[in-house]
Design a binder for this molecule. Sequence first.
Ligand code: COA
Length: 322
Amino acid sequence: MMKSVFIGSGAYLPQRAIANDELSKTIDTSDEWIVARTGIRRRHVAAEGEFTSDLAYEAAKEALASAGMKASELDLIVLATATPDETFPATATVVQTRLGVAGIGAFDVQAVCTGFIYALAVANNFIKAGQSRNVLVIGAETFSRILDWQDRATCVLFGDGAGAVVLRAEPDQGNGARGIMSTHLHADGQHHDMLYVDGGPSSTRTTGHLRMKGKEVFRHAVVNLAQVVNEALQANDLEAEAIDWLVPHQANKRIIDHTAKKLKLPPEKVVLTVEEHGNTSAASVPLALHEAVSDGRITPGDVILMEAMGGGFTWGAVLARW
Ligand code: COA
């Protein structure tokens, strides 16, 4: 059996950052309200003409460089996004063309904010089944394009960005060795109306805008995330003390604090980027991961627990040794 080992990471944020004070000039909000309820201080927003594929491509290039790998060595690209460049083809194929690697498999995964966790699980299964050796996994979003900028309850929360990792197949030498230990995916479509986009090619033939019942989402997020992180630990017969780094989906600092508290993890073990990035949906976990890898916090052999929850609802976790 093969195991998926992380050998590189990359990230990209659009140049323009919008601080809370700038938003308070166009909608009835304040820096105090946003920081107190969410921890968010600013978010990045893609430039006119800058697409999800552009963000993804930049993150992918950096991930390949840090892996010391040429794009030609890849045999699969899995890209998580809920904001593709176009309804079809998959944004992964746009990135593939720009990387100059025609012929290999390339497809998108759609699980909104849980997208990167789903994409990692898919890539891991291709590797474990012996069908792929070197896989590029990307989370990339331009949520700024689907926000209702007049709706203060949602537009202050999200941002644009991309993160990527390269996974390599290596013989499985057990959970003491580097690589993905387990993946855990869940969904419950009954909760559609709590977080969705009111448009789409088949229903309204428009792109639509993000709609959310924030309080309800919050309530479900804390329960579902507590469940899935415990599931990941139990599956590997590990206690929470074994976790070196919690790399959570960056939706809201209060949700992250709640998960860390349940795990009895001190704040120093939690990677936080929500303050600077806002919620970048499928990009949020790989952006946070890359930040902690590149600043030297996460080092080879560290146990990392990644988790996320998003529209659907979808939720999931990946436990790995970096
Ligand atoms: N600025 C100022 N006031 C705002 C505001 C803003 N940006 N957005 C909402 N408000 C107001 C509301 O209108 C409401 O006013 P009212 O009492 O006069 O009606 C008040 O603040 C409280 O709103 P409420 O929605 O109850 O706030 P909350 O404490 O639940 O916080 C969220 C709102 C969105 C921050 C919170 O519910 C949340 O984080 N939910 C999870 C969202 C999430 O993470 N989604 C993504 C998951 S992937």
